[in-house]
Unconditional design. Sequence first.
Length: 228
Amino acid sequence: MANNGLSSITKKLIMAVTGGALVFFLLFHASMNIVAIIKPEGYNKICEFLGANWYALIATAGLAALMVFHLIYAFVLSFQNYRARGKQRYAVVEKQEGVSWASKNMLVIGAIVLLGLGLHLFNFWANMQLPEVLHKLGIHVEEDVMALVADGSHYIVNTFSCTAYSIIYLVWLAFLWFHLAHGVASVMQSIGWNNHVWQNRIEVIGKIIAALIVVLFASVVIYYWLIG
């Protein structure tokens, strides 16, 4: 895809669209997780609804596609910017007074976020939706595993009652904040909100949205860590 002739603006627009869609998903996912604190039984009902149903599987495939495109163009744009301007990461608007730490290290931050996502999928998706999919495909899955596929609260308690996992998740969420704070601003800049009037505003909006997502996720981690 790096040699498909797309212009730099088009590639940035693809980054913006895929990144924006993923941000909306994170807002939904973080809001859903808060239910695990308010009413664990309600959270399990949501998990059951979002199991291996056709709509959930289509959504999962769509999210995976968005992530793949986002990653591909992140590497493509980072490589192009490296060749053109050294180690500066992809940016829609170049600041005259220097760039932020997050902007200069966006690829590294993104890699850490990706590793954390892999751990998250291992702890939750691989224990919940994946066994259902395998079962529907006729592949044998242990009965005790199948009995817990919709018990999201069980996996939350099991994961975050472990101090090591809780600390790892909180560190991961800190990096996620940097990624989102810069990424949301870049999305807005990509769609044209990059004039001097909006520059500072979109940076603040990006930080607020990033903080909201991270605080919602972190609240669940800290809550179950403390009561664990």
